[in-house]
Ligand binder design. Structure first.
Ligand SMILES: C[S@@+](CC[C@H](N)C(=O)[O-])C[C@H]1O[C@@H](n2cnc3c(N)ncnc32)[C@H](O)[C@@H]1O
Length: 474
């Protein structure tokens, strides 16, 4: 595979009050504060360059394909969570309650905008639909295509292997659209590729992590190379008829640039998490219902039945695919998603049916014990996805960070907030992993970003651990 130079300066300008410059080796570039900023102050907000909802999360949340916000439709959100046919009677029994809950919450009537070409993508507004179409969807919509079209085959390949292949396709479609808007041609395309390469640090084979227990051996490299080459060939075949010259430039070095873009999403991605409005909406409605009114009581009972079923679904069907929290990243103390994964795996493999049935019955019994108040406080699934943000992509890691990233609105727009007092010239750092984890766990997880953390907290905790171990040996 031909080499593609990557990393380095460039990219979009830094947000006001910040600058991108070289950080202390071996960190590469970093984002630095130009002025002082007191702790717990909002610093800047940022839209992603590229973002998408995890494909597994689409099973429980109806989110806008462009802004990743929850679609404003209580009926649709319930249809998605209770999508299996066994829940059809439950939804039918609700009648028009979901629409009434929507309106009573002051949300206005439910509104879902669909892709005009019938591919199934949904949006929160026409503005989002049109912007998405202009950015990349015009080249990636599968609505009008036949089953054997390379784009459909690419999408099946991506769904089977990695969501980030779909994000890489967004990047390629975006670059083609931008190149054409700027007059087109190989030179324009190469310049745009160069802008993106400042966020790339390694090809996919280097940046990706193997499944648990699997070494990065020759067989693993052959497997990942094969996966990337196959995806690149399908994407090239799908895009080439639209823009042969620009696509020629994107694939000039075979699948090398595609692989760099995939590697970029391994090292640079930010986990998107947008909280569900459903819990709050139903809580408000429940508070508004007067218990003295017979009709209101009936509505409350229906709501209670629905919430009980939702709790059961969440206990039985939630796994890492839907939460977007994968393997190692699950906090040691939150065992639920892992339990559910084990259960789902057992179900999928068709073995140990009794264990699964017993676990589901156990979940049912637990949920039956919950009071209405507990049910109303229960968590609804969040939108989980992945995004690339140009400024945050320049922020290095610290185990004692001075900045945190949140998604306070109903969209993928992130907000950065200082968590310590910041002085002019300070490097702005976030924590890439769980701050609560011990030094060994943090180091292991950070290896997935291609480095060993040597921050002062790690060094202090490491030497304490070493001293304790030495004492035990004495
Ligand atoms: C999101 S990027 C951060 C910006 C990057 N340094 C640059 O030059 O564009 C993540 C990459 O930065 C490097 N990095 C981040 N924090 C680091 C740290 N504390 N020590 C060493 N390298 C770090 C690693 O190469 C990591 O894969």
């Amino acid at each position: 595979m031909a080499a593609v130079p990557s990393g380095g300066p460039g990219g979009p300008p830094a947000p006001a009050g910040c600058e991108v410059r070289a950080a202390a080796p071996p960190k590469g570039f970093g984002l630095f504060a130009c002025g002082a900023c007191p702790a717990y102050t909002e610093m800047f907000t940022e839209e992603p360059l590229f973002a998408m909802q995890h494909s597994g999360n689409r099973r429980v949340v109806a989110a806008c394909a462009r802004c990743c916000g929850f679609i404003h439709s209580v009926p649709l959100q319930l249809e998605v969570i209770f999508g299996e046919s066994r829940f059809a009677p439950l939804l039918a029994a609700l009648g028009d309650l979901p629409q009434r809950w929507q309106v009573s919450a002051g949300e206005g009537p439910a509104s879902v905008v669909r892709c005009a070409q019938g591919c199934g993508e949904i949006y929160c507004s026409e503005a989002c639909r049109d912007a998405h179409f202009q950015q990349s969807h015009n080249l990636l919509c599968v609505g009008p295509l036949s089953e054997d079209h390379p784009l459909l085959r690419f999408k099946y390949h991506a769904l089977e292997h990695a969501d980030t292949l779909l994000l890489a396709a967004q990047v390629f479609a975006f670059l083609i659209n931008r190149a054409k808007a700027a007059g087109g041609g190989p030179e324009v395309t190469r310049n745009l590729m160069q802008e993106l390469l400042c966020f790339c640090h390694a090809p996919f084979r280097e940046a990706c992590r193997p499944p648990p227990g699997r070494a990065k051996d020759a067989e693993f490299y052959a497997h990942t190379d094969g996966l990337v080459n196959q995806a690149a060939a399908l994407l090239r075949a799908a895009l080439e008829p639209h823009a042969p010259v620009e696509v020629g430039a994107l694939f000039q070095a075979g699948s090398a640039f595609f692989s760099e873009v995939l590697g970029m999403f391994e090292y640079n991605n930010i986990d998107l998490e947008v909280a569900s409005p459903m819990g709050q909406l139903l809580l408000q409605r429940a508070k508004a219902l007067s218990l003295s009114d017979g009709q209101a009581l009936a509505e409350l009972q229906q709501m209670e039945g629905l919430l009980r079923e939702k709790e059961w679904v969440m206990r039985c069907v939630w796994g890492e695919e839907t939460t977007g929290i994968y393997g190692d990243e699950v906090d040691e103390d939150s065992s639920q998603p892992q339990e559910m994964d084990t259960m789902m795996q057992a179900m999928e493999q068709g073995n140990d049916e009794q264990v699964v049935t017993a676990a589901m019955a156990h979940a049912r019994a637990e949920v039956a014990q919950m009071s209405l108040e507990q049910l109303l406080q229960g968590v609804w699934p969040s939108m989980h996805g992945t995004g690339l943000f140009s400024s945050v992509a320049r922020m290095n890691h610290s185990c004692a960070p001075n900045v945190k990233v949140t998604f306070p609105g109903n969209s993928s727009r992130l907000t950065t907030t200082s968590v310590l007092n910041i002085s002019p010239g300070d490097e702005l750092c976030i924590c890439y992993v769980s701050q609560e984890a011990d030094v060994q766990t943090r180091r292991r997880r950070l290896l997935e970003y291609g480095f060993t953390c040597c921050c002062s907290r790690c060094l202090a905790e490491d030497s304490t651990a070493l001293r304790k171990a030495q004492k035990r040996l004495k």
